[in-house]
Ligand binder design. Structure first.
Ligand code: AGP
Length: 368
């Protein structure tokens, strides 16, 4: 790897643009293309088919990757998932079953709370599996199984390409779990693999929206507060969008499950609050549309990240629509991550912030 910015102004910009390539590389490590099957790079010392529950823990963006994966493990493998941020998981003294499985996710592999949660899981007799970007890290060394993300070194403090690679590995694991648990038909597995294989190309498509996002960023930069909404796997993506924006632009942002809007945050809506709605045309799209109507009725300015099908069907009145390519909704988080990252990136650049090294943040949080 060349550790330089190439033609980019910032590492973060470079890392956003590397995603089609690094996700492609990660995929080729987990998918046998000729067979159209997930083949894990390491044998597992446990049987997914025998697990009663999967525990997931991580911090920050890696935690949001885990939240997305909860939907995948539950829907694809019918495996119940319990997930918590590592700074809570390590102190909760949760009873964990012997021979169960704890999955930890970390870019650096050195995050203190994640490492402590891993050690706690081991002390309870759990198998441990890590999805990690630095294979020589402490978390990798101390886990019984290591599933690497092949994102290459990530320098920008805001995690981008590591997140996309985490999602890639987690979806492959959910598919492997689905096969082991007999919850996935050969046909659905094939369709999921086909969808996964198209992701690098779809990401390249999504990057073509950058010009439009740059213009939009000037609007976002004027806001004091920004709301992100999504349902299903788009809900953790809303959380990730809000985190990305606050960490590098210092604009207050909140991510909400779209259905929670009416339970409080709708009180915030007026024309000064951009509302970024993440809504691929999936099984819960119609529900999100009614939330968007509620926002529009209160003068809220909607930035929709969706696909042509969704936008056309509803003729929604939005400030802007970022049109993502058509895709199998299961892989939407992988592709929708890109406009989310680009909004934060261009907003922060426009505001003249130090996007690669935002104030008060470290790349690797090795203290509690
Ligand atoms: C994300 O952009 C962050 N800067 C931060 O939330 C990060 O994801 C978190 O600290 C976890 O780090 P890790 O993946 O190295 O464990």
């Amino acid at each position: 790897y060349r550790i330089d910015k190439g033609n980019h102004r910032h590492f973060m910009g470079k890392e956003i643009h590397e995603q089609p390539e690094v996700v492609g590389r990660t995929l080729s490590h987990y998918v046998d293309l000729a067979e159209g099957r997930v083949v894990l790079p390491e044998a597992l010392p446990f049987d997914f088919g025998k697990l009663n529950r999967l525990y997931i823990t991580a911090c920050g963006t890696a935690y949001y990757a885990g939240l997305v994966a909860r939907y995948w493990f539950e829907q694809i493998a019918r495996l119940p998932v319990e997930i918590d941020v590592a700074s809570e998981a390590r102190y909760r003294e949760a009873p964990l079953e012997r021979d169960g499985l704890t999955l930890v996710i970390s870019q650096s592999g050195e995050t203190a709370d994640t490492l402590a949660s891993l050690r706690y899981a081991k002390s309870q007799g759990q198998h441990t599996l890590c999805v990690v970007n630095v294979p020589t890290s402490t978390i990798a060394r101390e886990s019984s199984v290591v599933m690497p993300t092949l994102a290459g070194p990530e320098i920008g403090v805001a995690s981008t390409k590591a997140f996309a690679c985490q999602l890639t590995v987690l979806l492959c694991l959910a598919i492997a779990a689905g096969r082991a648990r007999g919850t996935l038909t050969a046909e659905r597995e094939r369709a999921l693999i086909d969808a996964l294989i198209t992701v690098p190309g779809l990401m390249a498509e999504a990057l073509k929206q950058e010009g439009e996002i740059e213009g939009l960023a000037r609007e976002v930069a004027r806001a004091r507060d920004v709301l992100y909404l999504g349902r299903g796997t788009s809900y953790p993506m809303a959380l990730e969008g809000a985190l990305k924006l606050k960490e590098i632009s210092y604009i207050h942002a909140e991510g909400y499950a779209a259905g929670e809007l009416k339970h409080g945050p709708i009180a915030l809506i007026d024309e000064s609050v951009p509302v970024i709605v993440i809504a691929p045309h999936d099984g819960v799209f119609e529900k999100t549309v009614s939330n968007m109507q509620e926002v529009a009725a209160r003068g809220g300015r909607i930035i929709l990240i969706g696909d042509a099908k969704g936008a056309a069907e509803h003729g929604l009145d939005t400030l802007a629509t970022l049109t993502m390519p058509d895709l199998d909704a299961t892989v939407a988080p992988l592709v929708y991550a890109l406009p989310i990252q680009l909004i934060a990136y261009h907003t922060a650049v426009f505001m003249g912030k130090d996007v690669d090294q935002p104030r008060n943040l470290a790349k690797s949080v090795t203290v509690e």
